[in-house]
Design a protein around this ligand. Structure first.
Ligand SMILES: Cc1cc2nc3c(=O)[nH]c(=O)nc-3n(C[C@H](O)[C@H](O)[C@H](O)COP(=O)(O)O)c2cc1C
Length: 185
């Protein structure tokens, strides 16, 4: 297991009582080449170092990642005062390419979580004061539900705990092995 992954596992464990430690910022590039950033929920890490998030194929992030799979993640653990920045490459998983994986993540959602995928197209105008109507069944995975896998390619770790602070770079060598380098913060 790469060294950074052991650290991340520890950070998640130390901050397990804080729901906000499960959120990170995901940055993408839009069709004009401009940065675009939003918060998402961490849903796990695959054995081959892919961060798992769930989303909607009708969202900007999905369209942006379709055009340009490069993404950047910034994740701060307030309790342990650690920041991880991941350079990532996205893989988009839809019903057409892995229905089993989608069904698995859909089943794990609460009804409140499922509702967010059933009340209409994200980003379209909402008539003032109108209630949002849930359309579709909680049992059936909606066609726009998707999983985004973010393969971690580089890691920039910073810990603010000590004085001086501690920063470390992790990247893969030509053979695909993770190498680490402590750097000046
Ligand atoms: C705490 C928090 C967690 C969120 N988690 C997710 C998530 O896991 N997946 C998602 O698609 N959007 C999530 N959102 C909403 C996104 O931040 C964003 O507003 C929405 O997905 C539209 O983004 P886009 O237009 O950039 O695609 C979350 C927002 C907050 C504040």
């Amino acid at each position: 297991m790469p060294q950074w992954r052991q650290g991340l596992t520890k950070s998640l464990h130390h901050t397990r009582s804080m729901p906000e430690s499960r959120y990170f910022q995901l940055a993408t590039v839009d069709d004009k080449g401009l940065p675009f950033c939003r918060t998402v929920v961490y849903r796990g890490l695959t054995e081959d170092n892919q961060l798992i998030i769930i989303s909607d194929t009708r969202s900007e992030k999905f369209k942006q990642l379709q055009d340009n799979g490069h993404a950047h993640v910034c994740w701060y653990f307030a309790k342990s005062r650690e920041q991880y920045r991941f350079g990532c490459k996205a893989t988009l998983v839809t019903w057409d390419n892995d229905s089993e994986l989608l069904a698995f993540h859909w089943r794990k959602l609460s009804d409140a979580g499922k509702k967010q995928f059933l009340w209409g197209e994200p980003g379209t105008p909402r008539n003032d004061g109108s209630a949002l109507h849930v359309e579709g069944s909680f049992e059936k995975v909606p066609p726009h539900f998707c999983v985004i896998l973010l393969t971690i390619e580089t890691v920039d770790y910073l810990s603010l705990r000590g004085n001086p602070q501690y920063r470390e770079w992790h990247q893969k060598d030509a053979m695909g092995n993770w190498i680490s380098q402590s750097v000046i913060p």
